[in-house]
Design a protein around this ligand. Structure first.
Ligand SMILES: Nc1ncnc2c1ncn2[C@@H]1O[C@H](COP(=O)(O)OP(=O)(O)OP(=O)(O)O)[C@@H](O)[C@H]1O
Length: 310
């Protein structure tokens, strides 16, 4: 990989195979617990890729292996064309793992944080000023630039953290649950920023517990369960795999009381409606396409955290 450090060049994300990330029968256990059990994954370069899976499926373990923080037990993994074990230093030079490599200094302002890390990354004063201005603009931090980072809200802090991780424009950006704990508005602001990262040529690999996040952001989505890949595709492709539409019955307060699978044809609906109880027939009826929540349930046999909470 070659890259200028003045922040204007686009990184070369492609490995010889065209994938930014490739794993081949990857395994990892903690004691008796086999977390990854032969995981095969291909992540195309320059795209946003979301990894979904139930709690404990091994998502963080996979990110830790791909970002060289944890060695795998078996199999292979390549990031930016480099082997995570044999070429560890080169992998580290092409990735950004926000929240780990870039520490926000609370005493400094947002601008000072960025300038400092730019200088530590080898940019001269003029380059550091230019790159800082670009990042403040890109991450919607211009108004907050002169305020101490310690006074930032959760969303602003997350954006500053992300900006600090992108000073050198990495090839592959790992985001482990980037918007967990943020309110809806901050989450949407961060989605805009994440959505723009591929414009720089980077590949974004994110895990999320919000299926809406994957639906909105990701070009490709992989679902892992029990340490193996159970599905991979665009949101549209995954929804089609569920195979059925969903008939919803709602009460007067618009709460969903019952969901029933249907082929969506007039005949199918007629059969379904004929089988409703007296009580169900008083409810409001609508038909929708499957959501990613339905996909998740279909593939893993478990509802999402959000659905469980609801
Ligand atoms: N260092 C460790 N030592 C022992 N067990 C571990 C370690 N790290 C993770 N595990 C176990 O490995 C399994 C997978 O954990 P991991 O954090 O990768 O899952 P996850 O998919 O990221 O889950 P979540 O969505 O809850 O964050 C869990 O059962 C976890 O308890």
């Amino acid at each position: 990989m070659s890259r200028r450090t003045d922040g204007r060049d686009r990184p070369m994300t492609d490995s010889p195979t065209g994938y930014a990330i490739e794993t081949d029968r990857l395994t990892k256990s903690f004691g008796e617990v086999a977390v990854l059990r032969g995981l095969d994954l291909r992540v195309p370069a320059g795209r946003i890729f979301a990894l979904l899976g139930p709690n404990g499926a091994g998502k963080t373990t996979l990110i830790n292996i791909l970002s060289t923080l944890l060695p795998p037990d078996g199999g292979r993994a390549r990031v930016g064309g480099f082997d995570v074990v044999g070429d560890r230093e080169r992998v580290k030079s092409v990735i950004s793992l926000t929240g780990q490599y870039a520490a926000v200094d609370e005493i400094l302002t947002g601008r000072e944080n960025l300038i400092m890390l730019c200088r530590l990354s080898g940019l001269d004063r003029q380059q550091a000023t230019t790159r800082t201005a670009q990042l403040l603009e890109q991450f919607d931090l211009v108004d907050a630039a002169a305020k101490r980072a310690g006074s930032y809200s959760g969303g602003m802090r997350r954006r500053l953290d992300l900006a600090l991780g992108l000073i050198a424009i990495p090839s592959v950006i790992f985001l482990d649950e980037p918007t967990t704990g943020l309110d809806t508005r901050s989450r949407q602001a961060l989605w805009q920023v994440i959505g723009s990262l591929t414009e720089l040529g980077a590949t974004v690999f994110l895990t999320t517990q919000y299926l809406e996040e994957a639906d909105q952001l990701a070009d490709r989505i992989a679902v892992i369960n029990d340490g193996v890949l159970v599905a991979e595709g665009s949101a549209h492709e995954l929804k089609n795999r569920v195979g059925t539409d969903v008939l919803e019955l709602r009460d007067a307060d618009d709460r969903v009381i019952t969901e029933l699978g249907t082929d969506g044809t007039a005949d199918g609906l007629q059969r379904l409606l004929a089988g409703l109880t007296e009580e169900q027939r008083r409810l409001r009826v609508s038909v929708r396409r499957p959501s990613l929540d339905d996909v998740f349930l279909h593939l893993t046999g478990q509802p999402t955290d959000q659905e469980t909470a609801a």
